[in-house]
Design a binder for this molecule. Structure first.
Ligand SMILES: [Zn+2]
Length: 91
């Protein structure tokens, strides 16, 4: 039975094809965001979507984000970097 080998080769080819087709699937913040939800300062290069000390989620500047400390049980939130007038999700 040689069926196993061609199957494996085809499988590998398919995997490579899928990889080649993969488009840069970047996630952008939906809508505009210019100011920090907490202090109202203009957001520059970076913003964080994270839990504020009240437990409420907000888009905040790096300073406020640092003040928020580590949110309890909700993870660190998500950072975004400015790209023109959009915010691209940072890994
Ligand atoms: Zn702020």
């Amino acid at each position: 039975m040689d069926d196993g080998l061609p199957g494996r080769v085809r499988g590998a080819g398919r995997a490579a094809g899928v990889e080649g087709v993969t488009v840069a699937k970047e996630r952008y913040w939906q809508g505009r965001k210019d100011r920090c939800d907490v202090c109202g300062e203009l957001l520059r290069a970076e913003m964080h979507d994270a839990a504020w000390t009240t437990g409420q989620w907000a888009c905040m500047c790096p300073d406020c984000w640092r003040q928020a400390g580590s949110p309890k049980g909700v993870g660190r939130g998500q950072a975004y970097v400015r790209e023109g007038d959009r915010w691209r999700r940072k890994e």
